[in-house]
Design a protein around this ligand. Structure first.
Ligand code: HEC
Length: 101
């Protein structure tokens, strides 16, 4: 009996680990607009952030948090991409994008 309970607990632990999304998974849906390398700003806009430099991680977090509650109408596109993300997910996305080559 003890063995069965232990197996179940370990099994559940593994499952919840697998369900937590990685930065790569979380950025899949961004690619339709930002391109396969996530370097593009859509609709002819200049991108400051998606080009990488040493501040990219920090700036990405700030931008994404801002887009969760943006002020301009034309930023609403981004709002619906990111408004359900948790802070941990935003950190994963920023880390993943800033480390892309
Ligand atoms: C439906 C198309 C679309 C999708 C999908 C999308 N974005 Fe965007 N994104 C935009 C548009 C449009 C802008 C420009 C918004 C503005 O600045 O007014 C933008 C801007 C940005 C910027 C700011 C770029 C800069 O240099 O200032 C970041 C960062 C960003 N998006 C990240 C993401 C991430 C991360 C995802 C996925 C979770 C994502 N986007 C998904 C359309 C999209």
């Amino acid at each position: 009996m003890k063995k069965i309970i232990l197996t179940t607990v370990v099994g559940l632990g593994l499952c919840s680990n697998l369900m937590a999304s990685t930065g790569e998974q979380l950025t899949q849906k961004c690619k339709s607009c930002h391109g396969i390398n996530l370097k593009k700003a859509p609709f002819g806009r200049a991108s400051h952030v998606l080009k990488k430099d040493e501040n990219t991680y920090k700036v990405l977090i700030e931008k994404i948090k801002y887009f969760q509650n943006p002020e301009e109408d034309d930023e609403m596109v981004m709002k619906y991409q990111v408004n359900k993300l948790t802070y941990t997910e935003i950190e994963k996305i920023a880390k993943y994008i800033s480390e892309l080559k």
